[in-house]
Design a protein around this ligand. Structure first.
Ligand code: HEC
Ligand code: HEC
Ligand code: HEC
Ligand code: HEC
Ligand code: HEC
Ligand code: HEC
Ligand code: HEC
Length: 269
């Protein structure tokens, strides 16, 4: 089979489903993001940039004329690693998320001439296909409803896209606590699990479980609190056989204060 045929077949279904979604008409473009393309030849399509009717790509240099601060810090951003090769290289950069910028640039920044992902995550879903599904799970952050944006937790313009990502877990918790002050503490009786990070117990994009919990039952806790089975079930040195019948560790009237307690060493309210 010739490479061209392979190329048409593998991209056509994606092209159709994208355009059916419609929010922003997304068309087929010859852009290769180096990271994604590492295992395929350079001229294969690996992403479809957003489209704005009547607009053409101008390249990130043009954006820097008016958005100097963002452009300067962009070199440190995770997404600045995306590289394109060949004649359409200009397409990757600011415009891979914001769409082609000719109308916007020529009009000096007129309203409605450029895509702002703050208003819709569609531009992110183009490359991060799996995230659309995660946000459609029954319990998720209200990004699809337009009440929040990916940008509330991810910085697209500078530094690691995952805030406090990598080693700095404390600052990752910090980004959650900006909105969820109730979990902040200080608590008289801290729960050490909090040091491991909120995402140990919560799936931030979405989950089938209420409160976006990573697991719906005692397993959430038992990954750290070992369950010993001898003459009965013990956890933390206490018999738990009857307790485990009553519901989850946090709803059965035992450890409601999972984030930390002001009154009880065993994390009660
Ligand atoms: C000639 C100056 C100029 C150029 C060139 C320019 N912009 Fe803008 N841009 C503006 C102005 C003015 C605004 C509106 C005021 C503001 O939000 O700063 C704006 C706003 C924006 C917004 C917010 C729009 C909204 O609806 O919230 C985005 C996103 C944006 N520009 C991206 C870009 C990108 C990407 C490029 C390069 C393709 C670019 N701009 C090139 C002047 C420019
Ligand atoms: C990874 C995708 C992505 C890339 C690449 C990107 N942006 Fe953005 N941009 C965003 C998001 C997301 C927002 C909305 C941020 C928010 O929710 O507050 C945004 C907002 C903006 C705004 C509106 C003002 C603001 O701060 O809200 C401007 C202007 C802008 N971007 C310019 C640029 C320029 C210039 C570049 C290239 C140097 C660039 N962007 C590259 C995702 C991106
Ligand atoms: C052009 C395709 C493309 C678009 C559009 C895009 N991304 Fe990305 N994104 C990537 C690639 C490729 C990587 C991996 C980069 C790397 O590892 O160096 C990445 C990495 C990330 C990461 C970090 C992953 C990690 O493990 O550190 C986050 C978070 C992220 N993107 C969020 C977003 C958000 C939010 C948007 C929309 C505002 C967006 N992306 C738009 C291609 C894209
Ligand atoms: C409530 C905060 C929050 C929101 C909103 C959010 N994210 Fe994330 N995202 C995170 C956290 C925290 C991580 C790190 C997860 C980890 O390390 O397991 C992450 C990781 C990622 C990653 C890299 C790891 C992975 O799961 O593939 C990508 C890509 C990403 N997010 C994309 C997005 C996109 C696209 C949106 C918007 C549609 C979005 N995120 C909205 C908090 C958020
Ligand atoms: C920009 C603000 C914002 C940030 C940042 C944020 N959240 Fe949220 N969070 C919300 C909103 C809004 C809701 C929905 C609240 C509701 O429906 O009552 C929510 C809901 C939740 C819920 C479910 C609450 C419930 O009662 O069902 C959990 C758990 C949660 N967030 C955890 C996190 C974690 C973990 C992080 C960090 C990775 C985070 N949030 C970052 C705004 C935020
Ligand atoms: C040890 C596991 C664990 C960790 C770590 C954890 N949570 Fe939770 N969280 C839970 C459980 C379990 C619930 C459900 C409580 C309930 O339903 O009564 C919950 C509920 C929530 C809720 C919903 C409000 C409520 O009290 O019901 C929010 C918001 C929340 N957590 C945010 C966070 C944030 C922010 C962090 C990090 C600073 C975090 N959680 C860390 C287990 C955890
Ligand atoms: C990341 C691992 C981890 C997870 C997950 C975890 N814990 Fe903990 N928890 C700890 C550590 C460490 C301590 C302090 C040492 C100890 O008492 O075992 C602790 C202490 C406790 C205590 C206080 C014990 C005492 O009397 O001093 C209770 C109660 C507790 N956890 C309940 C829970 C519940 C309920 C869950 C599930 C929602 C949970 N833990 C999930 C690590 C974890």
């Amino acid at each position: 089979m010739k490479p061209e045929q392979d190329f048409e077949e593998s991209t056509a279904p994606e092209k159709q489903s994208e355009s059916r979604r419609g929010v922003v008409a997304i068309v087929f473009g010859l852009v290769a993001a180096g990271v994604l393309a590492s295992c395929v030849s350079v001229n294969r399509v690996v992403m479809m940039p957003p489209q704005i009717p009547g607009a053409a790509y101008v390249g990130s240099e043009t954006c820097s004329q008016c958005h100097e601060k963002i452009s300067t810090q962009f070199v440190t951003a995770t997404h600045a690693n995306l590289k394109a090769e060949g004649v359409t290289a200009a397409n990757v950069g600011c415009e891979s998320c914001h769409g082609p910028g000719s109308l916007h640039s020529e009009s000096g920044g007129a309203y409605h001439t450029i895509i702002n992902p703050k208003k819709s995550p569609e531009t992110c879903f183009q490359c991060h296909l799996d995230k659309r599904g995660e946000f459609h799970l029954p319990h998720s952050h209200p990004v699809l409803a337009g009440q929040m944006s990916c940008g509330d937790c991810h910085d697209p313009h500078g530094g690691p896209a995952i805030r406090g990502g990598g080693t700095a877990l404390l600052s990752q918790n910090e980004s959650c606590l900006e909105c969820h002050a109730a979990q902040r503490g200080p608590h008289v009786f801290e729960h050490e699990a909090m040091r491991e990070g909120c995402i140990l117990c919560h799936s931030p994009h979405g989950s089938v479980n209420p409160k976006m919990l990573a697991q719906r039952n005692a397993n959430l806790c038992l990954k750290c609190h070992f369950q010993e089975i001898g003459s009965g079930i013990t956890i933390g040195g206490f018999p738990h056989g009857a307790n485990l019948q009553r519901g989850t560790c946090w709803t059965s009237g035992c450890h409601e204060a999972v984030h930390g307690s002001q009154v009880s060493t065993s994390l009660r309210f």
